[in-house]
Design a protein. Structure first.
Length: 143
């Protein structure tokens, strides 16, 4: 029987202005490692005469990544934001998500860091921190 586990997923980020080599993220949160919002690539309107019209709309894809408070990959986002703050500039990223269990990958193009939790919430235990990257394009591919 095939498996659909997320345990063997690999998420690699490349931020050339900050890290010269791609970085593989580790230490994901238990129930929400990473995911995207739904996009609306089209809009449909209905005229007063009852005839529908549709239009293609380019979309951005937001990805939220959640890392445990002790994740060794927190430094990636801290360094990315820190470099942008120092330069007062935006540094773009690219990425690859590989789902080995279903033999599928996704190419992520022209990503901007659009939201960052700068320190974990202190509750009974330290909570995961989440980071949002907005991508210009996400392209599925086989492995």
């Amino acid at each position: 029987m095939a498996t659909i586990t997320a345990a063997d997923a690999i998420f690699t980020l490349s931020i050339p202005a900050v890290f010269p080599a791609p970085v593989s993220l580790q230490g994901f949160a238990t129930d929400d490692a990473f995911g995207t919002e739904a996009v609306e690539p089209g809009e449909v309107v209905l005229g007063v005469d009852g005839i529908a019209s549709a239009a293609y709309i380019p979309t951005l894809t937001k990805t939220v990544i959640a890392l445990q408070a002790d994740s060794p990959s927190l430094f990636v986002f801290d360094a990315w934001k820190g470099a942008q703050d120092a330069a007062q500039a935006i540094y773009l990223a690219s990425g690859i998500i590989l789902y080995r269990s279903i033999s599928k990958s996704f190419q992520l193009k022209k990503g901007t860091l659009t939201r960052i939790v700068q320190f974990p919430a202190a509750k009974r235990v330290l909570q995961p921190s989440s980071f949002e990257i907005t991508w210009e394009a996400v392209t599925p591919a086989g492995v």
